[in-house]
Ligand binder design. Structure first.
Ligand code: NAP
Length: 307
């Protein structure tokens, strides 16, 4: 199979395109012929070695995919060859920047005909992350106000739509060129963080969902009402320590499971969420896609369209 992979950590230039052995379905697994896979904010950090140093090369990154079943392992009876499926690799597994992957059949959901492979791949990990963060972790309620940091990004773009669907008042931060875009997703108020300090523009919100990290994350505590809560997905694997003792700092535990994938489809089918803006690349262009993702001003999603 063809794949985009790297043989050492480094900049986008370490990504190569070439042949790797086809995967084989183990017990409980299916092999999927990948039609589309998305680029996520974590991918360039994995490539750069920012999380932990990988020791086995070549390494294929990529966490979400959409495709068709082309191999079925022992003890799998719920899928047939040719079924269209989508999903996210289990935690710790990567490898969707490739024409094929073998993965646990239980974590995969059926892709309806009305959703394209590109859209299913675009929605998988961002949808899962936004659902676990906004619904499961923050337990956002109708009538509450939420500040979503980094509104033009992929996860935030799903989260804005989800928060509106729940019935919340949504405030977000974005550069001026993205204001129409985030308003189109449902944001009620947009702060241009380049010209206005969000801590002066916002106060007493019930919840914060931070997708930016760094000092943006740390300063977000100050805009919460007493008793408010904040969820952080770009500040490492644990929640940052809150400087206030009257608010909660939370790190969503984004596992992988089929019910969350089906909830994404349910929301899309109901018209509650649409696919964020998508730019497609060929797998051969992985280095270019990483340069865009690493630039930190990507709007929506980048997706590799492979077939
Ligand atoms: N399971 C997990 O925990 C999980 C899953 C998915 C993603 N993540 C993490 O979540 C983060 C977001 O990922 P993503 O792929 O959704 O988006 P992303 O590509 O990392 O975010 C890009 C967006 O961030 C905005 N941005 C940059 N600096 C900003 C600032 N100071 N204030 C407000 N907005 C700012 C940019 O908008 P402008 O151009 O308007 O500035 C751009 O649209 C990443 O760190 C990723 O690793 C974690």
């Amino acid at each position: 199979m063809k794949a985009a992979y790297f043989e050492r950590h480094g900049g986008p230039e370490v990504l190569q395109y070439g042949d790797l052995p086809d995967p084989v379905a183990d017990k409980g697994e299916i092999v999927i012929d990948i039609h589309a896979a998305s680029v996520n904010g974590a991918d360039w950090k994995v490539r750069a070695g920012a999380y932990s140093q990988i020791t086995e090369f070549p390494y294929v990154c990529g966490r979400d995919f959409s495709g068709t079943v082309s191999g079925i392992g022992e003890d799998v009876d719920e899928f047939a060859l040719g079924d269209a499926v989508f999903g996210v690799c289990q935690v710790g597994q990567e490898g969707t920047y490739a024409e094929k992957i073998a993965m646990d059949a239980k974590l995969v959901a059926r892709k309806p005909d009305g959703v394209s492979h590109v859209d299913a791949a675009a929605l998988s990990l961002i949808g899962l992350t936004a659902l676990v963060s906004v619904e499961d972790t923050l337990a956002l309620q109708s009538g509450e106000t939420i500040l979503i940091q980094g509104g033009a990004g992929g996860v935030a773009g799903f989260a804005i739509q989800l928060a509106k669907h729940i019935g919340a008042h949504v405030i977000t931060t974005a550069s001026a060129g993205n204001h129409d875009y985030v308003r189109g997703l449902g944001a009620d108020e947009v702060i241009d963080y380049n010209v206005r300090d969000f801590t002066e523009a916002v106060s007493d919100v019930d919840a914060v969902f931070d997708t930016v990290g760094g000092e943006v994350a740390m300063r977000s505590f100050s805009v919460l009402r007493s008793g408010g809560r904040a969820a952080f997905i770009a500040s490492g694997s644990t929640a940052p320590e809150s400087p206030r003792d009257d608010v909660r700092s939370l790190r969503p535990r984004v596992g992988r499971d089929r019910p969350h994938l089906e909830r994404i489809l349910e929301l899309a089918d109901a018209g509650a969420v649409t696919v964020p803006e998508v730019v497609t690349y060929r797998l051969e262009e992985a280095a270019t896609a990483h340069r865009v993702s690493e630039g930190r001003h990507l709007r929506g999603k980048l997706v590799f369209s492979m077939r």
